[in-house]
Write a protein that binds this ligand. Structure first.
Ligand code: HEM
Length: 253
């Protein structure tokens, strides 16, 4: 999500902004940056190969954490985490300023604000989060980059927000118009976090691992997983090869 170059830079040169004496989750992470996932939730989810997708909040998927009512709704994890990079697997939506409409009218909220977007914005306001443009300037991001993101925010807010943009919204707009830095191209709009979001998320996650002496980064920085264990799909294959046997025969590649 953050792009390999940002992660490599933090691992090689150290963290610049997340430097607590003891591990903690900063509000910029919990209230804004890591909520990026809300933009990537799809409206419909296909849980089995070639089956029809179900609505996100539907009886078929077990509303409110109740048991799913039919075998058709049992998740086939081969569709979610494919060791062979199966092109049919369920994919997340783009990371941008749009959200699934069901998240804007949450059926799981029985009283109070039902829009997840509004909840995120109100939460940022009540925690007095600094504006995204201010955070970006503090991080030394170039003015033309900040202007580009603020232009997107002006567009989606119909010019109501021209400065002091809510941090969560700033990071979504940044992901949409700039996106993740990759090794092959300069940027990858919509495919990952932009420079400010990636820096917050990667520094916090790496920092939490570094500050935990029992983690692999805290205990042995040179450790890397074996190639056959370096993705969730491959781990599932390793612990239960029978489960993936038809995938190996029919869809490997
Ligand atoms: C169907 C999917 C999801 C639903 C319905 C959902 C719903 C919610 C709700 C209602 C809140 C509390 C909002 C508030 O009042 O402040 C919340 C918080 C949060 N969500 Fe989600 N969310 C979903 C998916 C995700 C994903 C995919 C991510 C990240 C990848 C994520 C990250 C977070 C974070 C970091 C918080 C704040 C937690 C805290 O402050 O302790 N959510 N979510």
């Amino acid at each position: 999500m953050c792009g390999r170059p940002v992660v490599t830079d933090i691992l090689a040169c150290g963290r610049q902004f997340y430097c607590p004496a003891v591990p903690q989750i900063p509000i910029e992470f919990a209230v804004a940056a890591y909520r990026f996932g809300h933009s990537m939730v799809p409206m419909k989810i296909r849980v089995q190969k070639k089956a029809n997708p179900f609505d996100l909040f539907s009886e078929q998927l077990g509303m409110g954490f109740s048991a799913v009512p039919s075998p058709d709704a049992i998740v086939d994890w081969r569709e979610m985490f494919s060791p062979s990079g199966n092109a049919n697997a369920q994919r997340a939506e783009r990371l941008d300023t749009k959200m699934a409409s069901q998240l804007l009218d949450l059926s799981i909220i029985t009283s109070g604000e039902k829009s997840l977007a509004t909840r995120n914005l109100l939460r940022g306001n009540s925690f007095l989060l600094p504006g995204g443009d201010k955070v970006a300037r503090h991080m030394g991001r170039p003015a033309d980059e900040i202007d580009k993101v603020m232009q997107k925010i002006a567009d989606v807010s119909q010019n109501r927000i021209t400065e002091g943009a809510p941090l969560w919204l700033y990071l979504l707009a940044e992901a949409e118009v700039i996106g993740r830095k990759t090794e092959h191209t300069q940027d990858d709009p919509g495919e990952g976090l932009g420079p400010v979001g990636a820096r917050i998320v990667a520094e916090v996650l790496i920092g939490l691992l570094e500050l935990d002496e029992r983690s692999y980064l805290g205990a042995d920085r040179s450790w890397t997983p074996e190639a056959e264990w370096d993705s969730i799909g491959k781990m599932m294959l390793a612990v239960n090869s029978n489960y993936f046997s038809d995938e190996q025969g029919g869809r490997a590649g």
